[in-house]
Design a protein around this ligand. Structure first.
Ligand code: MV4
Length: 445
């Protein structure tokens, strides 16, 4: 097992990883920007190293500074968390080249999944269903026309290097195609430095459902069921549920069997998430995330598993030690992402937190690095807390979330707590009757 892990992240996820390390008896090294000198992840770590000025590109994305911090503190592994360098194959390579373990998949698997075209080709060859679309990259408008005619409009042009909705354009009819194709291509070139694009049939009312998997280095792969992440605004998830209100246990088992078989064939290891669109009773793979995700706690609650502990164990060369039959699902979990934002305009609201009181009681979990007196810096993501509830049924989880939101006190800055209260009270949410478009209609954007 590792003796010391450097955590290349900040905020709640740095704390989350520290907690797993502490329970495993592993020492922790925090890294921080000058803006985060008094942050909770620095205060609670065994050691800390300042790695640069506030801007993420100079600190949390500063590979040389992070590797130096790992070397001088004698860390034997690096956990990247989510965001920042977590899906940077070059960083994973560099960590390993410096004689340390990157807690995640191989650089080759990160690269394969980072390019959506190679990710889809790999999954298709292993029997995972896809949205109908082009066979790989679409080099020119003429090819785009032929593909669109074959799969029928509406179609979506997507960037191979995409994610977060950038470099994506809908063409509803042949008249839209040229502008969508050149628009997607130009946006992909400027956003990612890679103008490779592909085409899919546009699904108009899907749910966004993802499957959590975990693999060791011995070919053991298990899944921990699905999360429904359909409640999003401008490609930012707002609330997630495990399981999905739209999926039966039989559908979960079938999808899980297909996905785990595919990842076993690929020789994938560590944690990963397969993203699907679900519409008209069909799943279609769209992307894979090769890291721990923000919403992993809801899976932990329904499966009673510590996913970060498992990531560390398998990275250290341990076997999973259990099989799919040992994974059980109990009750329902919901996560509300609490952002330092105006709940109506969604403008970020950095500033001083003057009062802080977290809810508690049965089935309530808070993952947050907030404290009374903390100054929320303006330089990073606005998510400041995750409120997670677990209860025997979905209705009981909604009731529990409602009362936990009412207990939650964050003063001095505006947060999205009032938005989550409105969602809990919405009949469509209570019925589980929503797609990826529902929230944007609900909040009026
Ligand atoms: C789609 C789609 C409809 N049809 N693909 C958006 C981000 C990217 N990761 C995948 N996205 C979508 N791909 C086809 N063929 C609709 C979206 C989409 C979406 C997907 C998941 C969650 C939120 C979304 C919001 C808008 C569009």
């Amino acid at each position: 097992m590792f003796r010391k892990i450097l955590i290349a992240n900040r905020g709640e996820i740095a704390l989350r990883i520290q907690r797993a390390c502490r329970e495993l008896g592993i020492a922790t090294v925090a890294v921080h920007s000058t803006a985060d000198a008094t942050a909770m992840h620095v205060r609670l770590a065994d050691e800390s190293v300042c790695i640069g000025p506030p801007a993420a590109k100079d600190s949390y994305l500063n590979v040389a500074a992070i590797l130096s911090a790992a070397s001088i503190t004698g860390a034997d592994a690096v956990h990247p968390g989510y965001g920042f360098l977590s899906e940077n194959a070059g960083f994973a390579d560099m960590v390993e080249a410096h004689g340390m373990t990157f807690i995640g998949p191989t650089a080759a698997h990160i690269s394969m999944m980072g390019d959506k075209i190679t990710a889809k080709a790999a999954m298709a060859s292993l029997g995972v269903p896809l949205v109908p679309g082009s066979d790989g990259a679409v080099p020119d408008l003429e090819t785009a026309r032929a593909v669109a005619e074959a799969i029928m409009y509406p179609v979506l042009i997507k960037a191979a290097a995409g994610g977060g909705g950038r470099g994506m354009r809908v063409a509803r009819s042949p008249a839209d195609l040229e502008e969508a194709f050149t628009g997607a291509r130009n946006e992909a070139r400027s956003a990612f430095g890679n103008d490779s694009v592909y085409i899919e049939k546009y699904l108009d009312k899907p749910r966004h459902i993802e499957l959590q998997i975990l693999a060791d280095s011995f070919g053991n792969v298990v899944h921990f069921g699905e999360r429904d992440c359909s409640l999003q605004r401008r490609h930012q998830k707002v609330l997630e549920e495990a399981g999905s209100p739209a999926i039966s246990p039989e559908q979960r088992d079938a999808l899980g069997a297909t996905a785990t078989a595919a990842l076993r064939q690929l020789g994938y290891r560590n944690a990963g998430t397969l993203e699907f669109l679900y519409q008209d009773g069909q799943f279609a793979f769209i992307e894979m995330n090769t890291r721990l995700q923000v919403e992993h706690p809801i899976t932990e609650m329904v499966c009673d598993v510590d996913l970060v502990r498992e990531q560390i164990r398998v990275a250290a060369g341990a076997e999973l030690g259990y099989t799919q039959e040992d994974v059980t699902f109990s009750g329902h979990a919901i996560e509300c992402r609490i952002n330092a934002e105006d709940p109506v305009t969604f403008m970020p609201t950095p500033g001083r937190v003057t009062e802080y009181h977290a809810p508690g009681g049965l089935g309530v979990r808070i993952d947050s690095a907030l404290y009374a007196g903390y100054f929320v810096p303006p330089h990073y993501d606005s998510m400041v807390a995750k409120l997670i509830v677990h209860a025997p049924t979905r209705a009981a989880a909604i009731a529990r979330m409602r009362r936990a939101l009412d207990e939650f006190a964050v003063e001095g800055i505006k947060t999205t707590i009032p938005l989550h209260r409105r969602i809990m009270d919405a009949p469509a949410f209570q019925a589980g009757d929503y797609t990826i478009h529902w929230l944007e209609g609900f909040v009026g954007t």
